[in-house]
Design a binder for this molecule. Structure first.
Ligand code: TXA
Ligand code: MG
Length: 344
């Protein structure tokens, strides 16, 4: 997959400037090993208000607070034995733990949407690590996309609403995992999966012996993770799943060997059928295909208007990929009034 060349790594000076910006109450777009985040000082109410405003995020959807290590996490959250075990096994890494918040923290109430619990993550990406250590404050950061849209896994995929904000962007090229962190609620008797993500439930069971309770869809989770709301992770054009082949007006997101005689514009999540590679490519390729379909790309006399997606095996990371794709496809049941698709 070609993309415009990106720098392998921001310079130390750029990271210093970004850390100073966060300390001064400004926002920064920075890379993690999952997706790019829009970060601000979690202890600064004005910075947090700006995050909600710029993302168009509903005030009841709490943010994840990023810190560089477990010791910093323990200053803001109370870790049960099960939370500690998960943290020891997967931090730094693409895992977010919901824990009880310490009463004496400086974290702005809006970060947790007023809840008594807080979602904490210790990212492994060297740029996140350097930024968090230098900023020396907890950094609240949702994915750097307008609410409901695809998460950016490359700086080049940032929506213009985000790249045009005038905030500093630390560009470190593609994110390793390409799916958001797995979110686990550890505040109940049994740890519960709130959002599937880069670490599968099977891997968590294997490495820690923890069998996660399934997400509660009865409404007992208040609030649910926005990742569990249906309208999410959406391209602007319609998405059709489990497509054996592309129709005349579709571009194709393939997986494994493409259907013979494919003539439409096509990107392949993983020609070798590797689910880890497919996860890393998923959002980026959806971004690119979305642009082709929105631009009504014409190939061999056929005008692209929608995205067809090949079947993805439903095991391991494939299950997570399918979960995100299902949301992307479902979102077209309801028009997105904030981002209307152009008329044909
Ligand atoms: O990979 C990631 O997690 C990325 C990078 C930037 O770290 N961040 C991310 O943030 O995906 P966001 O805001 O897009 O998703 C945060 C998720 C939401 O599903 C939210 O509901 C959940 O975490 N969450 C945050 N605080 C919570 C809490 N106290 N209780 C339950 N869920 C919470
Ligand atoms: Mg998000």
């Amino acid at each position: 997959m070609q993309s415009s060349p990106t720098k392998a790594h921001p310079t130390n000076a750029e990271v210093n400037t970004a850390a100073a910006a966060i300390r001064a109450g400004r926002l920064v777009i920075f890379p993690t090993e999952t997706v790019y985040g829009l970060g601000g000082d979690a202890t600064n109410p004005a910075a947090i208000a700006a995050i909600y405003r710029l993302k168009g995020r509903p005030a009841h959807n709490p943010l994840i607070t990023h810190v560089p290590d477990i010791a910093s996490a323990e200053q803001i959250g109370v870790f049960s034995a099960s939370a500690r075990k998960l943290a020891d096994a997967f931090w730094p890494g693409p895992l977010t733990l919901v824990v009880s918040m310490r009463t004496a923290t400086d974290v702005a109430p809006a970060v947790t949407a007023g809840l008594a619990t807080i979602a904490i993550r210790v990212p492994a990406h060297p740029v996140s690590q350097a930024l968090l250590r230098q900023a020396d404050v907890p950094v609240a950061a949702p994915s750097a996309n307008p609410s409901g849209r695809l998460s950016p896994t490359r700086a080049t995929d940032l929506a213009t609403e985000m790249s045009g904000l005038g905030v500093q962007i630390l560009d470190a090229g593609p994110c390793q995992h390409g799916l958001e962190s797995t979110v686990i609620d550890t505040t109940r008797s049994a740890p519960r999966l709130l959002r599937q993500g880069a670490i599968t439930a099977a891997t968590i069971a294997e490495r820690t012996g923890t069998n996660l309770a399934a997400p509660d869809r009865t409404g007992a989770d208040r609030p649910p993770s926005p990742g569990m709301l249906l309208r999410h992770y959406a391209p602007l054009t319609p998405v059709r799943l489990d497509a054996a082949a592309a129709a005349d007006d579709e571009v194709l997101l393939a997986f494994g060997p493409p259907p013979p005689d494919t003539k439409c514009f096509m990107l392949n999540l993983s020609p070798a059928g590797d689910l880890t590679e497919a996860a890393a490519n998923l959002y980026h390729m959806l971004h690119v295909l979305d642009r082709y379909a929105l631009d009504r790309y014409v190939l061999d006399g056929h005008t692209a208007r929608a995205i067809a997606v090949a079947p993805i095996p439903n095991h391991g990371l494939g299950e997570v990929i399918n979960e995100r794709l299902t949301r992307a496809a479902a979102s077209h049941g309801a028009p997105d009034l904030a981002h209307p698709a152009p008329r044909p």
